[in-house]
Ligand binder design. Sequence first.
Ligand SMILES: Nc1ncnc2c1ncn2[C@@H]1O[C@H](COP(=O)(O)OP(=O)(O)OP(=O)(O)O)[C@@H](O)[C@H]1O
Length: 264
Amino acid sequence: MIEVNNLSVSLGGKELLKNVSFRVRPGQFWAIVGPNGAGKSTLLKVLSRDLAPSGGEVLFNARPLAKYQNQELAQVRAVLSQHNQVSLPFKAEEIVMMGRYPYHEHEPTDADYAIVHRCLAKVEALHLADRLYPTLSGGEQQRVQLARTLAQIWEVPQGYLLLDEPTNGLDLKHQYQTLHLARELAGRGYGVVAVLHDLNMALHYADRLLLLSKGSTYAEGTPAEVLNPAAIEAVYGIAVQWVTPAEGGTCFIMPQPDFQPISL
Ligand SMILES: Nc1ncnc2c1ncn2[C@@H]1O[C@H](COP(=O)(O)OP(=O)(O)OP(=O)(O)O)[C@@H](O)[C@H]1O
């Protein structure tokens, strides 16, 4: 379990996170939502140990995050960050193999290659294996990075996947496939925490939501509890409605018909 207890982060004299607490149990898919600047990426950076909190603590499997050796941590959780700049001419396959570094001493084994190819196939990028990463399109790079994170925890049944805007740059099909994959991993016992902007994706795929506003928790609970129109209007400043398709099926959230965007 990931336990986040009264987490606070201050940077440059500004409080970016204030007393945030929640618990990610194995098998849960948490979406972190909230408007621009709410503190979502800051929270993910603390969970990834890229940023030290100013107050509170994070425990991974009952052990403080700060107490993990780097290699141990890499075998517990994999991170997909928002910025994955690689300018060196690595092949896509080599990027994904980086996810296997915590597991082999010198040379990758056949088993490592098998996992790399399997993960590339899971994100429909096996055909890109020999391509130079910097020459890939934005969405192709994102899928290769997702394969790298999958490869890192592929054999860790209760591992954690921390994803910052995983659908960034992806086309419609791959957005759905990525969240379906995250959902499936949760179904197999992984804990997934994903920063998502698309509230409909969060509604349909996550089983728990943390709605952040100005660095604090505004609401926490099931998607249906958290994404009620009053909460969305209070936090995002836009009046929305839940719409049920005439033919039935799942609801979706859209702006009220009288919403007036700012005009030129
Ligand atoms: N190093 C820093 N110094 C000062 N302020 C910072 C620093 N890093 C981030 N911030 C501010 O902290 C706030 C939270 O940033 P964060 O990136 O966590 O937001 P976010 O919810 O992920 O936003 P977005 O949806 O736009 O990606 C923002 O107002 C940002 O400008």
